[in-house]
Structure formats: structure tokens, C-alpha cells
Write a protein that binds this ligand. Structure first.
Ligand SMILES: Cc1cc2nc3c(=O)[nH]c(=O)nc-3n(C[C@H](O)[C@H](O)[C@H](O)COP(=O)(O)OP(=O)(O)OC[C@H]3O[C@@H](n4cnc5c(N)ncnc54)[C@H](O)[C@@H]3O)c2cc1C
Ligand code: FES
Ligand code: FES
Length: 1340
């Protein structure tokens, strides 16, 4: 078959938000996301990862099925949808759902009003997932709602407020079950917890919500219906710049095409081919899209099972199997049930909606969740090629152990036959993934056993594993050997031994340790053994005893439930004017715009005439001399305009903020993988990226290559200065203590994973070297300074603008400055506007994150639990440039005491200089690591003397007015209040008893509970870093324009500042507008960091407003009954200036490191968190059951925003301490470069019950309106989950008589939990020779 003759341009017809689109030049390489954003200028749909992993790009697709006369609505990731796949479809984006110009949809309204958006970048995706669900189920169940959000990530909110909004649409009410006083959270009435204080639990009022009216939705375009029904179907051809798309309509044609182009993939969902092309450089000149062919969409019910077309989506398969479960007797549906089990957690809903059954089977030979269970269940594949049809068992595909025989390139998988199960047959599927939902498995399995009738004698056995090696594998020998054996303990022992021998695991390529996979392999079989044993008992209780009671709970997998939550805060005084918004839970000022997609981020700015796109070229070596840069091939690429290197930097390429420089472009050598060497500018993002991939850099490797902290110590490679703090007499104290423990903990780094990647648009203004820089940063002043210095122009030529930032968490400071400089140098060279939007992979590779950390400690204590002496050393992996590593090390020292008084203390901190990308600020700034070390030795002390950790915490907690280890005074009253309140609210002791009970009754599942206190010092160490300014204009119509130096990155600072201005000027918030933060309005603003934004800018705003009010006072006095507008008009007529700046000099903070004393902090926040978890000892999986947080944050200016910060930070902390794992290759290449490899918490990870209480009656004389800065503190409380896990592991180990002390590192992943719950299975690994293979990743 030839493409000639069929080459005429085809029109692609589809609809977007009710508007017909006719695309004459549809390019098969173009995804819907870029088409919407760049072509249609619908920028509400966001880019977060490009690989289907984050859900930021979620849209709704609607198609019409003429045979069924049914419209199907489903959510999908626009980043993976080729536009060519949309022929005849209707797309709805967030703009089509509702807008402030037309009507805000109830989903948008409720998400905003329930405070479900912070930075707002994930919000349109959330809206679309919820909206699509409601289109299909206007009154969904909470399970449906939770499932709909499994594919959407949010890095800010911790999901609770999003789920609050969701609950308002659900059929059943989800009650908090806190029946104190017979009231519950859904009553949305004031909470009765605290009788003395007037407290509230009402963060929003459902009375304000518009009802959901399904009749108001956009209808499916009638024209598309007509097209589907009447238009004769014909083959579609779309020719792009490099690729041709062929969509045949007949089966024969498909076979011809596949015969003619055997290498061309059959593209259905593009969820496998798409990521391969984007991220692994695979290219296909021709793709064949078979989705319209009826044979591939068939659903046939036969006597012995179901036959499903290979192009059926996984969602459709799920629905069909669910229906079949209801239709057939249980005996026949065991295979269906096992397949469904896997489908529930496979990908997110967006993925399942488009990914096909055939695609999963054919493409995912190792990590397919379906292949092991389908193969074990004897599923058959119906294959066809020109002139040949055949049926083979799926298991045949994997027979050769490499998974690539049997199906020939010309062959098409037409359909899959899934058989009924038979009498005496048992089928199960298992999986363990780094995150329970939306994560590829580490290992999975499908198992089936058939017994001789009425016996437990094995007649047939089938065991398949996935994820273990490069393909799905069958434990064939094992199965064969066990035929004829009874289902008993002897069989189990032999099976485990055989299976381990048979499934030979090489070193794995994605970093999971081989031991873990092997443990899972046997643990899964054991779980199958238990399940079947129990089923045999049900069949014949007289013959088969089943399994012990305490083993049964492990047969239930953890399920995600709609969480229950409660938030408690102190209400405003009754005497406070109703117009005064301070202290009230005001919605984020951009909330509605977040939800409608109207909020503008850098990449949403319209393109500037002649604009160029920039793609960076980064180093692939950790330490090497650059021998050559060959740009010749790249320059020949289509649309390429220029290539920019260090030679093009007019002035500063290296910035010396300390001894070692921060570098824009590598000049002669590279010092980490991911360092920017040069950049390509082209007419489109794709062209720039394609050309960047063609730049060839020659290297000569330099020694040494230092990657890990240990290597840095070995090579004495540190950033200076090293810091030390000492108090008391440590050596003497060690001589007098009863006990000493020594230990070490390794805390892995953390990726910021702000959902908006680093973005900058530089626009040269054409005269006087002026440039506008629109950038996603927390620190516009440093961007201005670095851009000006790199170009050699005064700072007054560089205007830096920040409207809002899609999350930052410390990651958009210096790194954003370097990237802005790259773009500015390119703009300067080309005299064109330049846009640089980092891809998720580049962002993760280049920009560093939280510092990996090693804490070594020696602790001396008495038998009664009093800690007398601590000697600690902290090493942080700073990476290749200083950034703020020394400061992070300092802060880790200053905050290491957490909540404890340690009379004799010596601690050191070292910032290691390595050949990794430079690490930087991250929420908490060293505290989350050093305080985790402290809490670790607290539990070590408890273990040693047999007291509980909470007792040791209480004994050593600051108790009265005391001094820290650097002689700063503190009053710990509120620390103790938080602790006591948290104890009480969590009902700690009674729950601990319940946990003990549970653990006695359950062998393979265990619970753990822990309560952790927190003292979080607030301050930036020096006065000048906390100065702030504001500028307030009043216009003659009375409206007010407010600006200040703070950056809106989700923490609601502008909302709070408007609240402040509203109170000060005594006008409604609606009269006050905030436009942008800019270096043109507020110069030299300090970075928005260290939880200080509201504190310092609030003071400046207050100052400016008071200045204005002072000027207005004579006019007001003269006309006290006048209105605001009267006074303003009068003031203007009297020539009174209506514009004022406000200023705050900063806090008087200082630290003398020579003396080791000072006042680096202004005040302290306090808190406590109690968490309870449950673990599955066989897999290492865990579930967060409940967390209670009590926080002292002074008088909250906005409880909704502040509670949002606490919860969001807490969930980020859960990520840091239990899930998020960065993996580097031994060569220093970051392997985890996207949401597919790096797992941040998703909806399934938040506690089933979550309560946050703000401590009442707390005053803070140092900050605006007695509030406290809250952005960072909550993150550390995530470690209560870490210690609850530790508690559960301890109980397992105690029960099994294992040695008392054991070390746990962070993150405490499933792998580590499993390894720590040592048992016969882990023992087998220890005895297994092949277990000690070389790790493929390096712990840095
Ligand atoms: C974010 C994300 C999360 C995921 N999570 C999981 C998970 O948890 N578990 C899991 O198992 N999988 C997971 N996947 C993988 C996903 O299930 C598969 O990519 C998907 O099923 C492939 O189907 P597709 O239609 O998209 O394939 P496509 O990408 O369209 O095609 C894939 C390949 O299959 C071939 N192919 C497709 N149909 C046929 C046919 N009928 N005959 C012959 N060859 C055919 C094509 O030629 C092509 O080579 C995930 C994928 C993504 C992107
Ligand atoms: S951008 Fe599409 S899923 Fe992340
Ligand atoms: S609000 Fe969800 S990512 Fe920021």
C-alpha cells in the first residue's frame, strides 16, 4: 500500500468548547495541549509534565457512538492526545465549563470557595476531572469522586479542601464522625471542642453555592452527531512536518497497512508511544490509528468468557468486567475480579480512558499490570495479519523470557479472550507500586490454581510476575513441579524456594533494589497461599482449617476512602466590624480565576511578535572539561534562529555571592550533569528542543567525580564556612551519663515539584537596553540584578514582573535568576523576545532541590530519660555551586533542638561540595532534616531505656522560660499547650491502647501511632533580609491599587494584604486591587521566603495605608458622615497626594557565629501532630489513617489560607519522609525526572481522618495583627507519619524477637518498611546468593 495519491491535505474536524475547528494542516506530532494553548489561545489547560502523570492538562472529550446512539464523555490528558485522534470529537476545556465573563460553573465556584486552590496551577485540571465525572454521574458516590481525582496531582493544598468541594456534589454525606455534642463537621456549625473560646469550624458556607444544574451544560454538537451517523467513513491521512497519520476504516485496509508498514505503531491511546517519542527520542515517520475499526472495538460474551476488542479502552474493560461480575455467578468471575483489582489502580482515570487493552498487552511487557494476570488466567490473543488469523495463549508471548517473540511486526492484536473461571479454580492479582494509585508497579503478579475436584491437590498452577525483569515472566518450572501437591505448608516452602531460584533477577534498571523485588515475589505467593487456603475452608470447613484469625486482615488491600476532616480556629470577636475581613476565612483573591483558567501565568502571556523559544543544552557528564561544542547539525534544524553560549554573555557569566560562583553557561568545564552549556533559540518550542538534541559536546572527564556526602568527606570537599554551636560541657556530661547511644540517619533530598515549571519571557523594548522580564520567581529583585549584571546594563533598564507563580517552595530564587539570565542573553543577542519554559524533565534535572542530609549523633542520657549531652554532625549535599547551602546548614544547626532543652550540646554542620546539580532552598530550609535527626535519637533513647518516645519527648521538652543553645530566650508555654491539646484531641492514650489491641490480633498488618512536638523559630537572621515596602495608590473614583514586594505563589499573600489594607483604610476588599509584583513599583524587595511574606509586607502595607489615612483625616473629620468617595474627591481637589509608600525596616535579628550566640529569630511557632498508620508487613505498603495537628500561629489573619498552608506543608512533609525518592545513577545522572518516576503524595496518600486546630488565645507582639508566619512550619509535622511507621515496625520486630535497635532512613518507603519487617521471606533473601547484585543507583 502506498501513501502516494492519498497525500492530499485532509481536513481535521472537531469541536472545542462548542466551536467548530477545521484544521487544514493537522500535524500528527501535535498534541492537543499545545494546540489549545498556542493555536487556540486557550491557556486554561496547563502543562505540568507532558507525560500523563500530573493531570494539569485534563480536558473532557465527548464522542458519539452511532450504533448505540450514545454520547460518551471522558477525561483525558491533553498532553498525550494527538489532535489527529480527535476527528469528530468534541473537546471541552476549563474555558468551556464556565468563566467570569459568562457563568462560573458550580464546580469552579465550589473549588474556589472551599479554598481548593492555592497556586491555582493544578486547579483547571481538577475542575475538568470533577466536571467530567458530574457529566456522567450528576450525583456521584464518594468512591467515584476519589477515583476521578487519582490522576490529578496538587503540590500545594494537601487535597483536603479540594475534596471538601467534591463532597458537596456527592450523594452520601461524609461525616467526620466526631459526635461530640451530637454535632458533626457537615453541620458546618461552630465546633464545640473548646467551650471557653469561641471557635469555628466553618471555612466556607454551602448556602452561597449555586446548585448543579445538568441542563445548563454545553450540548454535544449536532453536526458531529450527523457526521458520525451519515458521513461515509473513509480513510484519513494527515501529513505533518515529519510524520504521517493514517486512520483506516476497514479491517482489510488495516491489515494491508500493517503489511506495508510493519514498523509503524498502531496508535490507540498514545500513552505508551507518546512518552517514548517525547522522552526517549523514538521517532515514527508513520503511525496507524486503528481506533475506528469495529473488529478492534468488539465486545462479545461467549459461553466460556468475554472477548474484548484490542482497541477497547481500559475504562471500558473495567465497566464491562464490573457488569459481568454482577451478571455471572462468583465461581465464573474470579478472573474478571482479579483483572478488575489491577484496573482500579492502573494509572489515573484519564489514562484508563484512552489507554487500550491491546496497547497495554503489547507495549508494556514488563510493567503491565494486566499481562501477569491475563497470562496466568489463560487468556487468548486473537491475532491477524494479511491472509492469516490465529489464536495464541497470551502466555506464549512471554515464553522466551524476553517477551519479544511470537507476535510478528505485521500482526495485529484484534481481540483478547478472557475466560470464565471454573469450579475449583482460584485466581488472584497483586501489585506493589511506589504509590498506591497512578504509579507503575515495582512488581506485580497474577496467580491461578486449579484443584482436582473436591480436593486440595494441585491440578494446574500458573504464576506470572511483572516488573521483576524486562518482561512478564512465568515461574514455569515451579508450577510444573508443584502439580499433584497438596496446598499446605510444605508446598508453600518449596514453592518459595523454587520460585526464587527460577526468577533470576539481574540488577534492575530503575533503581528498585533486587532484594525488595525478590521479597515481593515470595510475599505475593504467600499471600496467594493464604487466600486460597481460606477459600478452601469456605468450600469445605471440615477438611481445611483455613488460616489463623490474625492472618486474615492481610487479605484485604488498602483502599482509598474519602477522607473525613475537621478544621478548628478561633472566631473573630463579636465586636469586630462585619466589614473588617481580618481573621476571617476569605477566599483566595484569584480562586475563581484559578478555577476558570483565567489566572495568567508566564506561559499564558500572549506571544510577542517575532518571539523565539529557547531550549537548553545540558551537560551529560558530572565533572569534565568541555573539549568541543559542535552546533552545525543543530543550526541546520528547521526554524532554528541561533545558538547562545558563554561567549555571548556581554558581561557577567559567573556570579560570586561567595567563594565559588553561580554560573549561567558552563565555560570550559562542567561540574554536574544538567549544567547548562548552551541554548538554542528557534521559532517554536519543538524546533528548539529538536535542535538542542543535535548539539554535540565533546568532554574529557576530570577527576575526582564527587557525588555523595561520603565522597565529599573523603575528598574534604566543602563550601565554607563550616559551622559549629556548643553549649555546656559536652565531654564532661558524657562521662556522667547512664547511657550513650550513637547512630546515623540518611535523609534523601526532595524535588520541589512546583506544578508550574520554571518559566520566563524576556521582551527587549528596543531602546536604551530596556527589557521586560516576566518570570516565575519568588525574588524579582535578584532576577533584575542578575539579568542586569549578565548584560552589563544598569538595573534600572530591567523591569521584572511577577503576576503569580504556580508554586515555588524555595525553588524559584537563584535558579530562576540563572534561567532568566540565559533567556536575557539570548534576547539580547537576537534582539527578539525569548520564552523559556523548562520541560518537567529538564526542570528536575537542572534546578536541584532539598539537600540530601546525613546526621551523625552521640547522645548521653540518664536512666530516667533525661538527655544530658548531644554531640552531632550534619552533612548536607550542596551540589556543585554554593547557592544557599551554607545558610541551610546554619539553619539546620540553629533549629536542631526542635522542642527540647539539651543542657550540653555540640553540633557541627558541613555543606558538601559535590558534582550534583546545586541544591537550594526548600520549605523548612534545613529544619525538616536536622529536627528529624533529633526525633530519631529521641526514639533511640526511648528504645534503649524502655520508655515510650512520647515520655522521652515530655521529659526533655522546654518547660519554662529558657534559652536555646545559642542563648536566645524563649517562652515555651504554647509549645506545651499544643502538645497537651494534641494529646487530648487525638485521644492519644486510648488510641495507643487500641493500636496495641489491633497489633495483638493481627500478624501481617500492624498499626503504629506517634506524636511529635515542634518548635519552629521564625526569622531570617539579619535585619536587612526582612525589610519590605508597599505602594498604595488611591484613584479619584475611590478604587485602590495596592502593591508590595511579596510574591503570590499560592500562599495567599495578596489576599491577606488586601485584608490588611481593607482594615486600615476601612473600605471593603472589593475596592482594592492587586495587579502584579514588579521591580518598577517596589524596588529591592526581599525574597518571599522563610514564612515571612505576610509579616513583613503586611507591616509595609499597613504603614502606607496609615500614611494615606493620616493625610485624609482632616477631610474625614470635616465631613464625618461623608463616604469614602466623597473624601477622595475632596482630597484630590485639595491637592492631597493619594499615593503613598509604606516601609518596614525588618526585624532586629543577628547571630554571632564566632561566639555561637545571638537573636537570629524574632519569635517561635509551636505545634504538635499525632499520626496513626497501618502497614502491610508483606509488601511494605502503608495507609495513613489519622492525623491530628494543633498549631500555634498567633491570631490568624485568614484561617482558611493558614490552615491550607499547614495541611499543604504537612502533606509535602509526608512526601519528604515517606515517599519522594530521588535516584541518581552511579555517573551522577538524575534518573527520577518526572511524575512517572518521582512520586509526590496524591489523593490516596492523605490521612483518612485529618484534623487541624489552631491554638486559641495566642498572641504575637512582633507581627502584624498578632499573627505568625506559617508557610513552612507544617512540613516537619509530616514526620509524625514517619515515626508512626517506625512504631509499627518496632512492634513487628518486637513480636518477632528481632534485635531492638534498628536504623531507618528517610524517605521511609515501602521498600524500607518491608526490609525492616524481617521475617522468613526476607531471611530467604539474606540466604540467597544472587541477592547481592550491584545497585544501579547511588545514594547521595
Ligand atoms: C501516566 C501513565 C500511567 C500509567 N500507569 C500504568 C499502570 O499503573 N499500570 C500499567 O499496566 N500501565 C500503566 N500505564 C501504561 C498504559 O497502560 C499503556 O501505555 C497503555 O495501556 C497502552 O495503550 P495505548 O492504547 O495508549 O497504546 P499506544 O501508545 O497507542 O500503543 C502502544 C503500542 O502498542 C501497540 N499496539 C496497540 N494496539 C495494538 C494492537 N491492537 N495490535 C498490535 N499492536 C498494538 C502499538 O503498535 C504500540 O507499539 C501508564 C501509562 C501512563 C502514560
Ligand atoms: S501535563 Fe499532561 S498529565 Fe501532566
Ligand atoms: S494549588 Fe494545586 S498545585 Fe498549586
Amino acid at each position: 500500500m502506498s501513501l502516494q495519491g492519498a497525500a492530499g491535505p485532509e481536513e481535521l474536524i472537531f469541536y472545542v468548547n462548542g466551536r467548530k475547528i477545521i484544521e487544514k494542516n493537522a500535524d500528527p506530532e501535535q498534541m492537543l495541549l499545545s494546540y489549545l494553548r498556542k493555536r487556540l489561545r486557550l491557556t486554561g489547560t496547563k502543562y505540568g509534565c507532558g507525560g500523563g502523570g500530573c493531570g494539569a492538562c485534563t480536558v473532557m472529550i465527548s464522542t458519539y457512538e452511532p450504533a448505540l446512539k450514545k454520547i460518551r464523555h471522558y477525561s483525558a490528558n491533553a498532553c498525550l492526545l494527538p489532535i489527529c485522534s480527535l476527528y469528530g470529537a468534541a473537546v471541552t476545556t476549563v474555558e468551556g465549563v464556565g468563566s467570569t465573563k459568562t457563568r462560573v460553573h458550580p464546580v469552579q465556584e465550589r473549588l474556589a470557595k472551599c479554598h481548593g486552590s492555592q497556586c491555582g496551577f493544578c486547579t483547571p485540571g481538577m475542575v475538568m476531572s470533577i466536571y467530567t465525572l458530574l457529566r456522567n454521574h450528576p450525583e456521584p458516590t464518594s468512591e467515584q469522586m476519589i477515583a476521578a481525582l487519582a490522576g490529578n496531582l496538587c503540590r500545594c493544598t494537601g487535597y483536603r479542601p479540594i475534596l471538601d468541594a467534591c463532597k458537596t456534589f456527592c450523594k452520601e454525606s461524609i461525616c467526620c464522625q466526631r459526635k461530640t455534642n451530637e454535632k458533626c463537621c457537615l453541620d458546618q456549625e461552630d465546633d464545640p471542642f473548646d467551650k471557653e473560646e469561641k471557635v469555628s469550624t466553618r471555612l466556607f458556607s454551602t448556602d452561597e453555592f449555586q446548585p448543579l444544574d445538568p441542563t445548563q451544560e454545553l450540548i454535544f454538537p449536532p453536526e458531529l452527531m450527523r457526521m458520525a451517523e451519515n458521513e461515509p467513513k473513509r480513510t484519513l491521512f494527515f501529513h505533518g512536518e515529519r510524520m504521517t497519520w493514517i486512520s483506516p476504516v476497514s479491517f482489510d485496509e488495516l491489515l494491508d497497512l500493517k503489511a506495508a508498514y510493519p514498523k509503524a505503531p498502531l496508535l490507540v491511546g498514545n500513552t505508551s508511544v507518546g512518552p517514548e517519542m517525547k522522552f526517549r527520542g523514538v521517532f515514527h515517520p508513520i503511525v496507524i490509528a486503528p481506533a475506528r475499526i469495529p473488529d478492534l472495538n468488539m465486545v462479545k460474551c461467549t459461553d466460556d468468557g468475554l472477548t474484548l476488542g484490542a482497541a477497547c479502552s481500559l475504562s471500558l474493560v473495567k465497566d464491562i468486567l464490573t457488569n459481568a461480575m454482577a451478571e455471572f455467578p462468583e465461581e465464573k468471575t474470579k478472573v474478571f475480579s482479579a483483572v478488575l483489582q489491577q484496573l482500579r489502580t492502573l494509572g489515573g482515570e484519564q489514562i484508563r480512558n484512552i489507554a487500550s487493552l491491546g496497547g497495554n498487552i503489547i507495549s508494556r511487557k514488563s510493567t503491565s499490570d494486566l499481562n501477569p494476570i491475563l497470562a496466568a488466567s489463560n487468556c487468548m490473543l486473537n491475532l491477524a495479519s494479511r491472509g492469516r488469523k490465529r489464536q495464541i495463549p497470551l502466555s506464549d508471548i512471554f515464553a522466551d523470557g524476553v517477551g519479544n517473540n511470537t507476535v510478528t511486526p505485521e500482526e495485529i492484536l484484534v481481540s483478547v479472550h478472557i475466560p470464565h473461571s471454573r469450579k475449583g479454580e482460584y485466581v488472584s492479582a497483586f501489585r506493589q507500586a511506589p504509590r498506591r494509585e497512578n504509579a507503575l508497579p515495582v512488581t506485580n503478579a497474577g496467580m491461578r490454581v486449579l484443584f482436582e475436584e473436591g480436593t486440595d491437590t494441585i491440578k494446574d498452577l500458573s504464576i506470572f510476575y511483572g516488573g521483576a525483569v524486562s518482561t512478564t515472566v512465568c515461574a514455569k518450572q515451579t508450577c510444573r513441579t508443584l502439580i499433584g501437591r497438596h496446598w499446605n505448608k510444605q508446598m508453600l516452602d518449596e514453592a518459595c524456594r523454587l520460585v526464587l531460584k527460577e526468577i533470576a533477577l539481574p540488577g534492575s534498571d530503575n533503581g528498585e533494589k533486587v532484594d525488595y523485588k525478590k521479597t515481593l515475589i515470595v510475599s505475593f505467593f504467600y499471600r496467594f497461599f493464604l487466600e486460597v487456603s481460606q477459600s478452601l475452608k469456605t468450600m469445605d470447613p471440615c477438611h481445611y482449617p483455613g488460616i489463623p484469625m490474625e492472618y486474615r486482615s492481610v487479605l484485604q488491600d488498602f483502599k482509598t476512602k474519602m477522607p473525613q476532616s475537621i478544621q478548628i480556629y478561633q472566631d473573630t470577636e463579636l465586636s469586630q466590624s462585619p466589614q473588617d475581613p481580618v481573621g476571617r476565612p476569605i477566599m483566595h483573591q484569584s480562586g475563581i480565576k484559578h478555577a476558570t483558567g483565567e489566572a495568567v501565568y508566564v506561559d499564558d502571556l500572549p506571544s510577542v511578535d517575532g518571539e523565539l523559544f529557547l531550549a537548553v543544552v545540558t551537560s551529560s557528564r558530572a565533572h569534565a572539561k568541555i573539549v568541543s561544542i559542535d552546533t552545525s547539525e543543530a543550526l541546520k534544524g528547521p526554524g532554528v534562529f541561533d545558538i547562545v553560549t558563554a561567549q555571548d554573555v556581554p558581561a557577567t557569566n559567573e556570579f560570586y555571592y561567595s567563594d565559588d560562583p553561580e554560573i549561567i553557561f558552563a565555560r570550559n568545564k562542567v561540574i554536574c550533569v544538567g549544567q547548562i552549556v548552551c541554548a538554542v533559540v528557534a521559532d517554536s518550542d519543538d524546533h528548539a528542543k529538536q535542535a538542542a538534541a543535535k548539539v554535540k559536546i565533546g568532554y574529557e572527564v576530570l577527576e575526582p567525580v564527587i557525588l555523595t556526602i561520603e565522597e565529599a568527606i573523603q575528598h574534604n570537599s566543602f563550601f565554607e564556612p563550616k559551622r559549629k554551636l556548643e553549649q555546656g560541657n559536652v565531654d564532661q556530661a558524657f562521662e556522667t551519663v547512664d547511657n550513650i547511644i550513637e547512630g546515623e540517619i540518611h535523609i534523601g533530598g526532595q524535588e520541589h515539584f512546583y506544578i508550574e515549571t520554571q518559566s520566563v519571557l524576556v521582551v527587549p523594548k528596543g531602546e536604551d537596553n530596556e527589557m521586560d522580564v516576566y518570570v516565575s520567581t519568588q525574588h524579582p529583585a535578584i532576577i533584575q540584578e542578575m539579568v542586569a549584571a549578565s548584560l552589563g546594563v544598569p538595573a534600572n533598564r530591567i523591569m521584572c514582573h511577577v503576576k503569580r507563580v504556580g508554586g515555588a517552595f524555595g525553588g524559584k530564587l537563584l535558579k530562576a535568576g540563572l534561567l532568566a539570565s540565559v533567556a536575557a542573553v539570548a534576547a539580547n543577542k537576537t534582539s527578539r523576545a525569548v520564552r523559556l519554559i523548562l520541560s518537567r524533565g529538564d526542570d528536575m534535572l537542572i534546578t536541584g532541590g532539598r539537600h540530601p542530609f546525613i546526621g551523625k549523633y552521640k547522645v548521653g542520657f540518664m536512666n530516667d530519660g533525661r538527655i544530658r549531652a548531644v554531640d552531632a554532625k550534619y552533612y548536607i549535599n550542596g551540589g556543585c555551586t554554593p547557592d544557599e547551602s551554607v545558610l541551610v546548614a546554619e539553619v539546620s544547626l540553629l533549629k536542631m533542638d526542635n522542642a527540647y532543652k539539651i543542657p550540653n550540646l555540640r553540633c557541627w554542620a558541613y555543606a558538601c561540595k559535590t558534582n550534583l546539580p546545586s541544591n537550594t532552598a526548600f520549605r523548612g530550609f534545613g529544619f525538616p532534616q536536622s529536627a528529624l535527626v533529633t526525633e530519631t535519637w529521641i526514639t533511640g533513647v526511648a528504645d534503649k531505656i524502655g520508655l515510650s518516645p512520647e515520655k522521652i519527648r515530655e521529659i526533655n521538652m522546654y518547660k519554662e522560660n529558657e534559652q536555646t543553645h545559642f542563648k536566645q530566650k524563649l517562652d515555651p508555654q504554647n509549645l506545651i499547650r499544643c502538645w497537651n491539646e494534641c494529646m487530648e484531641k487525638s485521644a492519644y492514650y486510648s488510641r495507643k491502647t487500641a493500636v496495641n489491641e489491633f497489633n495483638i490480633q493481627n500478624h501481617w498488618k500492624k498499626k503504629g501511632i506517634a506524636i511529635v512536638p515542634m518548635k519552629f523559630p521564625f526569622g531570617l537572621g539579619t535585619r536587612y533580609l526582612s525589610q519590605a515596602a508597599a505602594l498604595v495608590h488611591i484613584y479619584t473614583d475611590g478604587s485602590v491599587l495596592l502593591t508590595h514586594g511579596g510574591i503570590e505563589m499560592g500562599q495567599g499573600i495578596h489576599t491577606k494584604m488586601i485584608q490588611v489594607a481593607s482594615r486600615e483604610l476601612n473600605i471593603p476588599m472589593s475596592c482594592i486591587h492587586f495587579c502584579e509584583t514588579s521591580t518598577t513599583t517596589v524596588p529591592n524587595a526581599c525574597a518571599s521566603v522563610g514564612s515571612a511574606g505576610t509579616d513583613v509586607n503586611g507591616m509595609a502595607v499597613k504603614d502606607a495605608c496609615q500614611t494615606l489615612l493620616k493625610r485624609l483625616q482632616p477631610i474625614i473629620n470635616k465631613n464625618p458622615k461623608g463616604t469614602w468617595n466623597d473624601w477622595i474627591k475632596e482630597a484630590f481637589e485639595q491637592s492631597v497626594s493619594l499615593s503613598a509608600t509604606g516601609y518596614f525596616r525588618g526585624y532586629n535579628e543577628n547571630m554571632d557565629w564566632e561566639k555561637g550566640e545571638g537573636q537570629p529569630f524574632t519569635y517561635f511557632l509551636y505545634g504538635a501532630a499525632c499520626s496513626e498508620i497501618e502497614i502491610n508487613c508483606l509488601t511494605g505498603d502503608h495507609k495513613n489513617l489519622r492525623t491530628d495537628i494543633v498549631m500555634d500561629i498567633g491570631c490568624s489573619i485568614n484561617p482558611a489560607v493558614d490552615i491550607g498552608q499547614i495541611e499543604g506543608a504537612f502533606v509535602q512533609g509526608i512526601g519528604l519522609y515517606t515517599m519522594e525518592e530521588l535516584k541518581y545513577s552511579p555517573e551522577g545522572v538524575l534518573c527520577t525526572r518526572g511524575p512517572d518516576q518521582y512520586k509526590i503524595p496524591a489523593v490516596c496518600d492523605i490521612p483518612e481522618q485529618l484534623s487541624v486546630s489552631l491554638l486559641s488565645s495566642s498572641q504575637n507582639p512582633y507581627a502584624i495583627y498578632a499573627s505568625k508566619g506559617i508557610g513552612e512550619a507544617g512540613l516537619f509535622l509530616g514526620c509524625s507519619v514517619f515515626f508512626a511507621l517506625r512504631d509499627a515496625i518496632t512492634r513487628v520486630r518486637n513480636e518477632r524477637g528481632l534485635k531492638k535497635t534498628f536504623a531507618l532512613n528517610s524517605p521511609l518507603t515501602a521498600e524500607q518498611i518491608r526490609a525492616s519487617c524481617a521475617d522468613d521471606f526476607t531471611e530467604m533473601m539474606a540466604n540467597n546468593e544472587s541477592a547481592s547484585s550491584t545497585p544501579q543507583t547511588t545514594s547521595v
